[in-house]
Design a protein around this ligand. Structure first.
Ligand SMILES: [Zn+2]
Length: 94
């Protein structure tokens, strides 16, 4: 079986659904979702920003950034490959 297609996952999985799936609480503010960072667990509110329209997130405290695969990998502390497989299983089952 072929491995997960990273580009396809990035293109097809809405970042806001990944936040919801990971249990990250964030509130919409214009085109962004802002909340506490699930990676560095900074107590600063709204330090974490996800922009579903472009599929990217960023934390202004720990400077983590990336796409939905990177987010799952960082939050779960697993490899990007494992994260991509998890996203594939959850959002794009065959
Ligand atoms: Zn952070």
């Amino acid at each position: 079986m072929a491995g997960p297609d990273f580009a396809e996952l990035r293109r097809t999985i809405p970042l806001d659904r990944v936040l919801e799936y990971l249990g990250i609480e964030a509130k919409w503010a214009r085109k962004q979702m802002r909340g506490k960072c699930p990676i560095c667990k900074s107590k600063i509110p709204r330090v974490f920003a996800a922009t579903p329209s472009i599929g990217l997130f960023r934390c202004f405290a720990c400077h983590a950034s990336g796409d939905c695969i990177e987010l799952v990998a960082r939050v779960r502390e697993i490899s990007k490959y494992e994260a991509a497989k998890e996203l594939q299983r959850t959002f794009n089952p065959p």
